[in-house]
Design a protein around this ligand. Structure first.
Ligand code: DC
Length: 213
């Protein structure tokens, strides 16, 4: 049976870096479920779809026009014949992803594709907001990562080359939206191990989780 480790947490809490490195050390697959929401938001924007039109966005979720492709290093999004993974990393796409992630039909349609990531692999590390609560409620180990807001903003600002202040504002909006929505909100899953990564090295965090696994 495929082993599953879920890593949930707020924006820029280190989920992607930690889960990618954990998967690498375990020889497992890795998926960033946020890429599904970011990919959908990006394609909707490219196509000029009204973000308030839940039906239209949900239809696009099932469309063959775009897809998520897993590699060991990245969760890629393919659209229009090429990867748009760098484009979806932008903060503006993260905001749009958060906006559409509150739609019930959108979540329902992306869910199966996320669950399918565990087919045919020996182990999977899945990261996002509802991986331990909704996507893989029977995961073997559930982790909730957090870090103080300034450090989270500093990490992401450095990655994206933007100001720390703008990141603090943007993350505040997104975390509030993600944790207050009605369906599959960001929350600490039952039985999850909570790790505050503030001032912890990547190696230390990964070793902590590896020991639990
Ligand atoms: O992890 P991320 O920054 O790539 O996620 C972008 C947005 O996608 C996030 O703000 C909310 C949404 N999301 C979600 O609703 N559920 C998930 N499991 C992952 C992401």
């Amino acid at each position: 049976m495929t082993k599953v480790v879920t890593i949930d947490g707020p924006a820029a809490s280190g989920k992607s870096t930690v889960s990618r490195e954990l998967a690498r050390r375990m020889g497992w697959n890795w998926v960033s479920t946020g890429a599904f929401y970011r990919g959908l938001a990006f394609v909707a924007k490219e196509k000029g779809i009204d973000f308030l039109n839940e039906e239209a966005i949900a239809d696009l979720a099932n469309s063959k026009e775009w897809k998520v492709v897993l590699t060991h290093e990245r969760t890629e999004v393919e659209y229009g014949g090429h990867f748009v993974t760098d484009e979806i990393a932008q903060d503006s796409v993260g905001q749009l992803a958060s906006l559409i992630s509150k739609y019930k039909k959108v979540r329902e349609r992306l869910l199966q594709n996320q669950r399918d990531c565990k087919i045919g692999v020996s182990g999977l590390v899945a990261e996002g907001r509802d991986c331990g609560t909704v996507v893989f409620p029977n995961a073997d180990v559930k982790i909730y990562l957090t870090a103080n807001q300034e450090q989270r903003a500093e990490r992401r600002a450095k990655e994206l080359g933007v100001s720390v202040e703008s990141m603090i504002n943007s993350q505040e909006v997104r975390d509030k939206q993600d944790s207050q929505r009605k369906i599959a909100p960001l929350q600490i899953p039952e039985n999850a191990i909570v790790i505050d990564t503030t001032d912890m090295s990547l190696d230390y965090v990964v070793k902590l989780i590896e020991a639990k696994v």
